[in-house]
Design a binder for this molecule. Structure first.
Ligand code: FAD
Length: 443
């Protein structure tokens, strides 16, 4: 491992320690004496689970605050993945908390009757319902037909409500938070969790607004794609590594939180100009062709660890499906500007030759780099003599060089393609640690 890798490992470890500290501290203060006694192990254990569930809910706010320094060692896709997993753990703990209490004291079940339900239990039930809605609408958003931007607003409101109700429950029960200083601490700590939301929704957008960009070119590309070129307005632009991505806000200020993630397709050697290539897919991306030169835009980033700068290797194999080629264009353009002599093999799957985005530029890049491109067409014309169908193990095996085990692999494309390619590479003996994927589905 080189010096930079070691540094990232140390920083990653440090952030994990900070994270564990943030989860445990609010609970550790509860066992500082005086503590209530006599309720028995299972009662106290179930209460601890309730506290842990609330703390985990709070911590998920920090994970989506997009602190660049904290996300850098892991990659923001992994951080979002953790956010989802921790929410599920919080739900399991929230279920176990009352289950253990009622199992230990079955007579207490009667207080679930709405006619006699105490106020603290009403808050707990409402918080629990909020948590279920929060996770349900996130895990099954597409099946429920909830549009992404609406879901984000709903998600933020539900998250804050769920947490506030859980804290009301804790305060009203007062068990382990009966001392005034503990009561206050359990107001201040949750307030700081909500502070992460304010940071994300107010402070960060304000900072982004101070570094605007202007659209200087709108270019139609093959394959229903558009390339937008941006130049910084009154600032020095963005320093990024090839393959990273930004959150782009167009037509709205960053306060609207209607931003979309896109890979940077331009060379990292020229931060004064950012290019993004966007495929027409949904509500937002289908309007990209209407963008006018001179329009203002905002960018948050760069993010992501899908970059050759983080994965040094004697050579690379890139595997792209459709617009998944965008980050590779950024990497290849950067490598060409850097006169990087390392060999690159690009497998590029697309529907047809007519829709093969960047096909002419790739030919040009082959003359500037040690680059070989293998195009795989799903619907080729009868004259097509190249590879047909999907990027299968056979296709990979046929074109990979003999020393393929020594190369680093990057995959970007539709999820089923990425899964199939990763599986094939593993079968071909490529170590899992040399395979890097870009997760397009953060939500
Ligand atoms: C790291 C990363 C890099 C990407 N790079 C590119 C690229 O270079 N070129 C490209 O064309 N596409 C890229 N995408 C995909 C692109 O962000 C989505 O296609 C786009 O946001 C879809 O928006 P829509 O409203 O047009 O489509 P919709 O039909 O509304 O959304 C389609 C799906 O895209 C996702 N999505 C929508 N809005 C957002 C959002 N604001 N934030 C996160 N996900 C969202 C959701 O999963 C949604 O179900 C990238 C995605 C990620 C995560």
């Amino acid at each position: 491992m080189d010096g930079a890798g070691m540094n990232l490992l140390l920083r990653g470890t440090l952030w994990i320690v900070v994270f564990i500290g943030l989860v445990l501290t609010p609970m550790i203060v509860l066992v500082v004496r005086p503590v209530p006694g006599g309720a028995g192990f299972w009662w106290d254990f179930s209460v601890a689970l309730g506290f842990a569930s609330t703390t985990m809910m709070g911590i998920t706010f920090a994970l989506t605050a997009r602190f660049r320094r904290a996300t850098e060692p892991f990659g923001i896709d992994i951080v979002y993945y953790m956010h989802r997993r921790i929410a599920w753990i919080a739900l399991i703990l929230a279920v176990l908390h009352p289950v253990l209490i009622f199992a230990e004291n079955p007579s207490l079940i009667r207080i679930l009757d709405p006619a006699v339900m105490p106020r603290h239990l009403v808050a707990a039930c409402a918080s629990f319902l909020g948590l279920i809605l929060l996770i349900g609408t996130s895990a099954w958003r597409r099946q429920l037909g909830i549009e992404y931007d609406r879901w984000r607003a709903l998600h933020a409101i539900l998250a804050v409500l769920t947490l506030v109700l859980a804290v009301i429950h804790i305060q009203q029960v007062g068990y382990y938070v009966d001392e005034p200083w503990k009561k206050w601490l359990w107001v201040i700590i949750p307030a700081s969790w909500i502070g992460f939301v304010l940071y994300r929704r107010l402070i960060k957008p304000f900072a982004i607004m101070r570094r605007p960009y202007q659209v200087t070119e709108v270019r139609q590309e093959l394959g229903q794609c558009w390339t937008l070129v941006f130049e910084p307005e009154g600032h020095s632009g963005l320093r990024f590594s090839p393959g990273q991505f930004v959150w782009l806000s167009l037509w709205y200020t960053p306060f609207a939180l209607r931003e979309h993630p896109f890979s940077i397709a331009s060379s990292a050697e020229d931060p004064s100009k950012i290019e993004i290539t966007i495929k027409e897919l949904g509500d937002f991306t289908r309007q990209i062709g209407n963008v006018k030169v001179g329009e203002r835009a905002y960018m948050e980033g760069p993010y992501g660890i899908f970059t050759i700068d983080r994965m040094p290797a004697p050579g690379y194999v890139f595997i792209a499906g459709g617009v998944g080629v965008a980050p590779f264009m950024g990497i290849l353009r950067t490598m060409a500007d850097r006169r990087d002599p390392r060999p690159v093999l690009l497998f590029y799957g697309a529907k047809s030759w007519e829709g093969l985005t960047f096909r002419d530029e790739l030919k040009g890049l082959e003359t500037r780099l040690d680059l070989k491109t293998v195009v795989i067409l799903e619907n080729p014309t009868p004259e097509w003599e190249g590879e047909k169908g999907m990027i299968t193990k056979n296709v990979l095996e046929k074109h990979l060089p003999a020393e393929h085990i020594r190369r680093a692999y990057f995959i970007d494309g539709p999820e089923p393609m990425m899964e199939a390619v990763e599986k094939s590479l593993l079968q071909l003996g490529v170590p899992g640690s040399d395979i890097h994927v870009e997760i397009y589905d953060l939500a």
